[in-house]
Design a protein around this ligand. Structure first.
Ligand code: NAD
Length: 260
C-alpha cells in the first residue's frame, strides 16, 4: 500500500500490539516515524514486534499489560510517558472472543461472559480513562484514540452473545466518550472490522474443528480482510486526514454489513 504518513513528533500506545491488527498497527506507525509503545500480555510476541521495529531504524518499546487489571492498564500508559515523554495516539486493539464453539445462551457459564466483558469493555474503559487523563494533563489538541470493536458490535451473532454484547458496549462508550471530548482536542472513534485473517479467527476455526482458509462467502469480496488493512484504517483515524471524524464508527468489512 502506498499511503504515507509522517508522525515524527508523535507517540502512540498500541494495546494488544503483539499480534494480528495490533502488530500491523505498531509496524505501520513505526514506519511512519511515530515512537511506539507496544503493550500486550504476550511478552514474547510483543518483543518480536519491537525487535522488528528497532532493527529497521524505528523506535519502539514494550510494556507488559493485562487489560483486565486496572493497575496494569494505568501502568502501561505511565510507562509510555516515562519512556517517550507523552502520548498522542491510543490504539486500543486488544480483544477476545470467548468460547466460539457450542455456546447455547441459556446454558452459558458466567465465567466466559465475565472474562470477555472484563477484557473487551471494562479494560477498554480503564484504558481510555488513563489515556485521556494523560492527554488532558499534556494539554493542547491533535489527540486520537481508536477503539477496535467489530461488526458484531453492530449486529448480533447466534452462539456468541458474550462477544456481541461486549462489542455493542464499547461502541456505545465510543459515542458517549467521543462526544464528551470532541471539543477538547481528543477524537475518539471506533472501528468495526469484518472477519480478518489473524490468530483470533484461526483459533476459532481450530476450536470448531474447521480447516483454515481465508476464502469466505461472509464477505462480498470473497476473502477475509488482512490485518494490514485494519492497521491502515486505524492509522488514518490518527491522521489529520480524518479530522472530521469523531465519536463515530468506521466499518472495515469487505462489504459484509451491506448484505446482512
Ligand atoms: N480477527 C477478526 O476477524 C476480528 C473481527 C472483528 C473484530 N476483531 C477485533 O479486533 C481486535 C484485534 O483482534 P486480532 O484479530 O488482531 O486478534 P489477535 O488475537 O491476533 O490479537 C489480540 C492481541 O491481544 C492480546 N491480548 C489478549 N488478551 C489480552 C489481555 N487481557 N491483556 C493484554 N493483551 C491481551 C493478545 O496477546 C494478542 O496479541 C480484537 O478487539 C477483536 O475483537 C477481530
Amino acid at each position: 500500500m502506498n499511503v504515507k504518513y509522517d508522525f515524527s513528533e508523535k507517540v502512540a500506545l498500541v494495546v494488544g500490539g503483539g499480534s494480528g491488527m495490533g502488530r500491523e498497527t505498531s509496524l505501520l506507525l513505526a514506519s511512519s516515524h511515530a515512537r511506539v509503545m507496544v503493550a500486550d500480555f504476550n511478552k514474547e510476541a510483543a518483543e518480536e514486534v519491537i525487535r522488528i521495529i528497532n532493527n529497521n531504524g524505528g523506535k519502539a518499546s514494550y510494556v507488559y499489560c493485562d487489560i483486565r487489571n486496572k493497575e496494569s492498564v494505568f501502568n502501561c500508559v505511565q510507562a509510555t510517558v516515562d519512556t517517550f515523554g507523552r502520548i498522542d495516539y491510543g490504539a486500543n486493539v486488544v480483544g477476545i472472543a470467548g468460547k466460539t464453539a457450542g455456546v447455547i445462551f441459556h446454558e452459558a457459564d458466567d465465567k466466559d461472559f465475565e472474562n470477555v466483558m472484563d477484557t473487551n469493555v471494562t479494560g477498554h474503559r480503564w484504558l481510555m480513562q488513563a489515556e485521556i487523563s494523560q492527554m488532558k494533563k499534556q494539554g493542547g489538541e491533535g489527540y486520537s484514540i481508536v477503539e477496535v470493536a467489530s461488526v458484531q458490535g453492530l449486529i448480533g451473532q447466534i452462539g456468541a452473545h458474550q462477544y456481541s454484547t461486549s462489542k455493542h458496549a464499547i461502541l456505545g462508550m465510543v459515542k458517549s466518550v467521543g462526544a464528551e471530548y470532541a471539543s477538547q482536542g481528543i477524537r475518539v472513534n471506533g472501528i468495526a472490522p469484518g472477519t480478518t485473517a489473524t490468530g483470533f479467527v484461526k483459533n476459532a476455526f481450530k476450536e470448531n474443528g474447521w480447516e483454515f482458509t481465508n476464502k469466505t462467502d461472509r464477505l462480498p469480496r470473497g476473502t477475509m480482510l488482512e490485518p494490514e488493512e485494519l492497521a491502515q484504517a486505524i492509522v488514518w483515524l490518527f491522521s489529520d486526514g480524518s479530522s472530521g471524524v469523531c465519536a463515530s464508527t468506521v466499518t472495515v468489512d469487505g462489504g459484509m454489513m451491506a448484505v446482512k
